[in-house]
Design a protein around this ligand. Structure first.
Ligand code: HEM
Length: 575
């Protein structure tokens, strides 16, 4: 991993000391949540990250407990009888990573030791089948909820997230999922995205720019991770519900509840002692009580928005939506182009609970993912000055005097787009995809999969594999040629799968790319970003890859290079 010498330096972060108070984090709910996150592992393969905070694990002590992976490995080797698949030799030390939440780091280590398909013991007779090979990943992803070859479902994901998503289509399966995906997917049509670009993505980022301008004037360090989390929450709220969370401006109980629920989903995914599986215990456990209260608040708010929207939609609008559908046109209400309005106008024969859960699926799936993609892209650009220069040169040339891109300009931001794609290669969100085999199967390479087997596709391993990528650890946006297609699972033969693939592929991929590229274009045109020296940027995960302590940058106002405006105008005129 390329790190600037500043980023490699000491451990101090700017919060808490004297001098300007960092922007974005101190009052924000996410910062509070982050502080409770566990300091896991550093990007540099660290023997020791210094004192860990939060749920600290003494690796030596962990080796003596009954949950020692070494012990599980032995039992699995003796009894599991999983034929031709190597079993990862999970050492006691590795438990530090497992409990620390950066499981994908340990998965990578075992990948180098055990090969592209291995078993990871999780109990005396239970295990995860870990896949780090594009061909095997393609096989599993394409056979998930496939109407003709239905071998896998989403397994554990549904269990972990049900408390929040309920019956939402991001976690459901089978016929119900298929029907809901068919209904919700079309809401993100091309005309809708164009509208979001100019109405939401650009303006919301300009608003963030105003906040950054104040920080630039005072030299106050900004936690850009928190800022991006707030920005993407505002964007997804407006786009899905036509609801302004106003997260960039204020804290509110709803925003806090969204973060609490997200954090709970992440914790459930990595809990080694899943007490949440016993609902009867929930009232006794403070974390569970808090999570359930948060979900109740989110659901009440969503129900209120659905009710309000239903009151606005009349017979005439429903008829217009029906006519558009019959004629194969994309329907959109000009005053309120949100997904919610689309679905209600489309007269979806679906109960309010299903609608609520589907909308929440979009809100959650579309928020932290894009926020994290922006965080790591900015980090990589800031720590690789040549790439930042190339990105800013492109933004200046394409945007000229415009504060934010229009659709045509968006299409010309090829380098920025590839920087986002390359950042999602190095930092995929989520870093692993979970599946469960509904029937016995055989993977390419002859690996036998038993019925009920939990499968973990390590996107992180595939994206970092030296067998798959040349110079895999380097941040090189130009590895995806600017005049070639934007990389996806199809045109890379599943070597690049940040949005997954097959029937359960992300429905919001185009939305997310447009949002991220637009946000970066607006910000890079206006500001230079410099890492606050002395930070150690460590990774931890839940649903996405986060930093452990925030991403602090100073922000400096800049203007487009002289002459860029004229060049851009000429380019637009010539196009
Ligand atoms: C950079 C941003 C994003 C990334 C990296 C991302 C990634 C993913 C991935 C990997 C999956 C598939 C999970 C699996 O196969 O198990 C997924 C599913 C999904 N994503 Fe995204 N996503 C992003 C943004 C969005 C946005 C903006 C939306 C909504 C507007 C969205 C909505 C969804 C939904 C609803 C699903 C579930 C689809 C289904 O199960 O049928 N995502 N996303």
């Amino acid at each position: 991993m390329q790190l600037s010498s500043a980023a490699r330096g000491g451990t101090a972060r700017p919060a808490g000391g004297s001098g300007p108070r960092p922007v974005g984090a101190p009052r924000s709910a996410i910062r509070i949540a982050r502080k409770r996150m566990v300091a896991a592992s550093s990007q540099e393969d660290e023997a020791d990250t210094g004192p860990l905070t939060g749920k600290n694990i003494d690796a030596a002590g962990a080796g003596a407990t009954s949950i020692s992976p070494g012990w599980l490995t032995q039992l699995n080797l003796l009894w599991s009888g999983k034929g031709n698949i190597p079993v990862a030799d999970a050492k006691p030390d590795d438990i530090k990573d497992l409990l620390g939440g950066a499981l994908f780091k340990a998965l990578f280590k075992w990948f180098t030791e055990s090969g592209p398909v291995y078993l990871l013991p999780t109990g005396p007779v239970s295990s995860f089948l870990v896949i780090s090979d594009p061909e095997a990943a393609k096989h599993v992803l394409r056979a998930t909820d496939n109407s003709t070859r239905n071998i896998y479902d989403k397994g554990l994901v549904a269990e972990v997230a049900k408390f929040l998503f309920g019956e939402g289509f991001a976690v459901g399966g089978g016929e119900q999922w298929r029907a809901r995906r068919r209904a919700v997917g079309p809401s993100l049509h091309r005309a809708y995205l164009e509208e979001m670009l100019t109405r939401v993505f650009g303006p919301s980022t300009l608003f963030l720019g105003e906040k950054l301008e104040a920080a630039a004037k005072t030299g106050t360090p900004v936690n850009m991770e928190a800022a991006f989390s707030q920005l993407t929450l505002d964007i997804i709220g407006k786009s899905v519900f036509n609801y302004d969370f106003n997260a960039l401006t204020k804290d509110s109980p709803v925003i806090q509840a969204v973060y609490t629920a997200l954090k709970e989903t992440e914790q459930r995914a990595t809990d080694l002692l899943p007490l949440w599986k016993f609902p009867i215990l929930a009232p006794l456990i403070p974390r569970q009580r808090k999570a359930l209260a948060a979900v109740e608040l989110i659901r009440d708010t969503t129900n209120r928005l659905i009710k309000q929207c239903k009151e606005m939609v009349d017979e005439e609008e429903m008829a217009a939506a029906a006519a558009a559908r019959e004629e194969g046109r994309e329907y959109m209400n000009d005053a309120d182009p949100s997904v919610l309005r689309f679905l209600i106008a489309a007269r979806e024969e679906v109960d309010s609970t299903q609608l609520r859960d589907d909308l929440l699926s979009m809100l959650v799936a579309g928020h932290e993912t894009t926020g994290s993609a922006l965080t790591w892209t900015l980090y990589l650009l800031a720590t690789n000055p040549d790439t930042m220069a190339a990105a800013q040169e492109e933004v200046d040339r394409v945007l000229g005097d415009a504060e934010m891109p229009n659709l045509q300009q968006y299409g010309q931001l090829a380098y920025v787009m590839r920087a986002v794609c390359e950042s999602m290669r190095l930092y995929p969100h989520p870093p692993v995809l979970l599946r469960r085999a509904k029937v016995p199967d055989v993977l390419p390479g002859g690996y036998e999969v038993v019925k009920g087997q939990d499968v973990m596709i390590s996107v992180y391993n595939i994206h970092h594999s030296p067998a798959v990528w040349e110079d895999a650890e380097a941040f090189r946006p130009e590895r995806f040629p600017l005049d070639g297609p934007v990389p996806n699972e199809q045109n890379t033969e599943y070597r690049y799968i940040p949005f997954s693939g097959g029937p359960r592929k992300c429905v919001g991929d185009q939305f997310a790319l447009m949002e991220a590229v637009t946000a970066l274009a607006v910000l890079l045109r206006r500001f230079d970003f410099r890492m606050v020296p002395g930070q150690k940027i460590n990774m931890t995960t839940g649903a996405t890859i986060h930093t452990t302590d925030g991403l602090y940058m100073t922000v400096h106002e800049r203007r487009p290079a002289a002459g860029a405006a004229g060049a851009a105008a000429a380019a637009v005129a010539a196009a």
